[in-house]
Design a protein around this ligand. Sequence first.
Ligand code: FAD
Ligand code: NAP
Length: 337
Amino acid sequence: MTILQNVSLRPYNTFGMDVAATHFTVFNDLQQIQELSSMAWMYPKKYIVGGGSNILLTQPLEGLVIKNEWKGIALVDESDEHVWLQVNAGEIWHDTVLYAISKGWGGMENLSLIPGCVGAAPMQNIGAYGVEVKELIDEVVAWHWEENRFIALKNEDCQFGYRDSIFKQALKEKVLITSVVFRLSKKPKLNTTYGAIQQQLEKMGVHKPTIKTVSDAVIAIRTSKLPNPKDIGNAGSFFKNPVIHKAQFLSLQQQYPAIVGHASGDDTIKVAAGWLIEQAGWKGYKKGAAGVHDKQALVLVNHGGASGMEVYDLSSDIITSVHYQFGIMLEREVQIW
Ligand code: FAD
Ligand code: NAP
C-alpha cells in the first residue's frame, strides 16, 4: 500500500478546503488492514475520509489520512419479508440506495441523494425526510485500531441517537468502519409523512407512490433546494436542529409565533435551526468568501477561496447570535478537523 506525503485534500472534501495532509493513503482491499495496523504506531493520529461531505478542514493534518474506497455489495441473508445486504464502507451512499431500489427493496428511498459513503452513514446516523439510517442497520463491522481486531456491533450496540452514534462518541477515532449490514424490506412501507414529499408527488402526478417515485421526489426536492458541492463548497447542514424542552418552546412561540418546531419526544421539541439562523439575520450573509446559503440558512458555504477557519469563525458568530436572541445553543453537526 502506498503512503503519499504532503497531499492536498482539496479533492477529498466538499467544502473544497485546500489543506494538506502529511500522509495519505487509499484503502480499497481488506487485505490492507494488516498492513495498516502494522504501521499504525507510526501514525497516532488517523483520519478516515469517505466522501468528505461532513468535515471542515481548518488546519493542515499531521497524521495519516485514509481514504476509504473499499467497495462491494453482497446479499447475505433473506426471509419472506426482508433481505440483509452487506455493503462495504467505500460504496457511494446514493449508488447503494439506487441499487436497493432497482431490486425492489425498500427502506433507503427517503435517504436518496445524501452525499458520501456507506461507512460514514452510521457515524452520524444520517437522516432525511422522516427516516434515519438506524432503522435499516442490522450490524456495523469495524477494525479497532487499539484492540487490533475486527468488532461487530449490532444495531442496539451502536447507541444511535439524533445525528449521533457510538462512532461519534466512545469509539470516535478508534475504529475504521469496513462494512454495514442493512435489513431492507421486500414489502416496502412508504414513509411520505414529510409534507414536501407529498407535495412533490402531487406535482409529479403520482397517485400510487412506489419506492422509486418516492426516491425521485426526494431527489427533485433536494436538487431544487440544496447547493450542489460541485458548484459551491458546503457540507450540508452545518448545525444540528436543537432539541429543547416543550416549556421553552411554548415561551418562544409567544414571542415568535412563526417558530418552526416538531415534537421529538413527550416533552421535547426539535426546532428548525435554519429558521433560527434566518431570523437572526444570517441568511445570504457573506464575509469574504465564507457565507450562509441564500436558500437554506442551515448550510454554510465556501464561495471560493475561504479558509476553514473563516467558515469556523462564521459558525461561532452564528452560535453566539442565535444564543443571544433565542437562548438556544446550536451544536455543530459537521466534524471539525
Ligand atoms: P466524511 O465527511 O468523509 O466523514 C465524516 C465523518 O465520518 C468523519 O469523522 C470521518 O472520519 C468519519 N468516517 C467516514 N468514513 C468512516 C469509516 N469508514 N470509518 C470510520 N469513520 C468514518 N447528512 C444527513 O444526515 N442527512 C442529509 O440529508 C444530508 N444532506 C447533505 C447534503 C449535502 C449537499 C451535503 C454536502 C451533506 C449532507 N449531509 C447529510 C452530510 C453528509 O453527507 C453525511 O453526513 C454523510 O454520511 C457523510 O459521508 P462522507 O462519506 O462524506 O463522510
Ligand atoms: P425542511 O423540510 O425545510 O424542514 C425543516 C426542519 O423541520 C427539518 O430540519 C426537519 O427536521 C423538520 N421537519 C420538517 N418536517 C417534519 C416532519 N413532518 N416531522 C418532523 N420534523 C420535520 O428541511 P430541509 O432543510 O429542506 O431538509 C429536508 C430533509 O433533508 C430534512 O430531513 C433534513 O434533515 C435533511 N437534510 C439534512 C442535511 C444534513 O446535512 N444533515 C442537509 C440537507 C437536508 P430533520 O432535519 O430532523 O428531518
